[in-house]
Design a protein around this ligand. Sequence first.
Ligand SMILES: [Zn+2]
Length: 333
Amino acid sequence: MDWNILGHESAIRYFKNQTKAGNTRHAYLIVGPDGVGRRTLALAFAKALNCTQAPQEGDFCDACLTCRQINEQRYPDLSVLEVEEGSKDLKIDQVREMQQTLALSPYQSRFRMVLIPDFQRATIGASNALLKSLEEPPSKALLILTADAKESLLETIASRCEVIRLRPSPIEKLESFLIENRGLEPKLAKKLAHLAAGRVGTAISYSLNPQSLDDYTEALEDLNHLLKCRLRHRLQYIEKNQAKKGNQREKFAFLIATWLSFWRDVMIRHENADIPLVNLEQVDLIEETANLMNSGQIEKILKVHETSLGQLDANLNPRLVIENLLLQLPVIG
Ligand SMILES: [Zn+2]
């Protein structure tokens, strides 16, 4: 494994080449789904540019002070600009403040580096403010943006960056990686590789946080139960869920996003598509459901879930959103 990263071979080759003097650009945009390894790759590039004990050009040792500081995101020439806690988007003031530091000379590196993860969350104002740094970058500035897709950014932003696309790794590769490099039991490795749909970061985060895996499993068991019961019981389920602690909107969004993965699996089975299932443990229910519904019905229910997530995001009343969804859920068995 190059750079100790699973997959992404061509992206790593590209970045290794960029570390050579004179090759480095001012701005990169790494795109790919959440959990695919965008930030890990960005930090690895920063290490390859700055490692003080690199075994060879384009590599890094991962042990020197610089490498360790970059891993911990406290290297003085690397700032990470994140969406503030409790906020939904990256604000214009944050970008402006960052631009002031970007204009300063680096302390020890060749570059003043700024990593901005999830730039799709930037407001229009923040995006326009950043454009200035992309159009006339300070000479030693190096910006790395990440985003879920190039299309979710302003065209003027994306076109001024070198775009690097990352894709999930094949399930089997991720499975062996989890066994060999993270010491997971084969059964759990297989389950997580599927659940994460090949995204290494997602799989690792499930393995480090068993509670999130339990919540996920519970959400699917709930769906299993809801599919079998009538409206009155479904509404009781909402009551019960509302009584639980935590943010309503987040709770329901989590449930609906989890159920959406189930319905995608149903569609995959219904169409006999050659795509691995996400929810291996529910394979029986997935097959049963796929046999009972036609593709029009499955498409409709997928759409209902997607719309509901959009409505929660747009601040509609969470209870109404989930009630409406449960009204439209078919009864299976
Ligand atoms: Zn190093």
